[in-house]
Design a protein around this ligand. Structure first.
Ligand code: HEC
Length: 245
């Protein structure tokens, strides 16, 4: 028996419109298949490179091509490695953290995407403790350890790796922010030379975001006081007069 119904009413419809139900089903069906195939190839083929097929559309650092015109690609690749070594256990491959263990997300975090990396560099250098608000949720009870490589912390990261890990986090999972440079990390390192204990969020929000890390060489009130005290009395008088003007 033919699987295709061939009764008189479909025949009648066919003769009236030039198209039968079966033809329409076949046509829409094959058009859908072709469209799906095209979308699938377009989405997952990785520009047809044989080693690029990846059915999981997750964040990947761009491929590093020798002599690539985009130097950021190499930074992001290094960053992906540093993130995989030092951050992924807590903040997870998808950047969503682990709220059940009080570990905040980096994906969509306002901290990670701030215009200047002044605060997040401090977090990675020295760690973070106390309550911190991320994406409208206050995380308490968790603590992040310091990640600067020192003789006491040989498993830590170099300034280059810290810059790269933060650059990767700032450009993954929908985050979009400027690359962090090793110079910015060493500038913050200099500003915080005496620091050993982890930061609190309350302290960090007072760190200025204007300019790059080096521009944040904005001095603290303590430094200002010390500098003023060091002035000869006549010069101090001059400065105060100037400020009051
Ligand atoms: C041992 C687990 C752990 C590791 C490893 C870790 N973090 Fe964290 N991180 C935390 C916790 C917990 C907090 C929140 C601390 C608090 O509650 O004060 C945090 C907070 C942060 C924050 C600020 C809040 C936010 O979600 O934006 C940033 C930025 C951050 N971490 C980046 C990193 C980077 C980059 C690395 C890798 C170099 C890293 N962390 C490694 C546990 C970790």
């Amino acid at each position: 028996m033919s699987p295709i119904p061939n009764n008189s009413s479909s025949k009648a419809r066919r003769s009236r419109r030039g198209f039968g139900t079966v033809d329409t089903v076949l046509m829409v069906g094959s058009a859908t298949l072709i469209l799906w195939g095209g979308l699938y190839v377009g989405r997952y083929s990785g520009r047809f490179d044989a080693d690029e097929f990846d059915e999981q559309p997750h964040a990947r650092a761009p491929k590093v091509v020798a002599g690539s015109a985009d130097p950021n690609a190499a930074v992001l690749k290094l960053g992906q490695m540093a993130y995989g070594k030092s951050c992924i256990a807590c903040h997870q491959a998808d950047g969503n953290g682990n709220p059940g263990l009080n570990i905040p997300p980096l994906a969509g975090s306002d901290w990670i995407a701030e215009s200047s990396p002044n605060r997040i560099i401090r977090i990675v250098l020295h760690g973070l403790g106390g309550p911190v608000k991320v994406k409208d949720t206050v995380f308490t009870g968790g603590a992040m350890n310091p990640w600067l490589k020192t003789p006491d912390n040989t498993a830590g990261l170099t300034p280059e790796e810290i810059a790269a890990a933060l650059s990767f986090a700032r450009n993954s999972w929908g985050n979009k922010a400027a690359i962090v440079t090793p110079d910015q990390v060493t500038a913050v390192l200099k500003e915080t030379e005496k620091r050993s204990e982890p930061w609190t969020a309350d302290e960090l929000v007072k760190v200025p975001l204007t300019g790059g890390a080096s521009a944040s060489a904005a001095i603290t009130p303590e430094q200002l006081k010390a500098a003023l005290k060091a002035l000869p009395p006549a010069a101090l008088e001059e400065v105060l007069k100037d400020v009051k003007k």
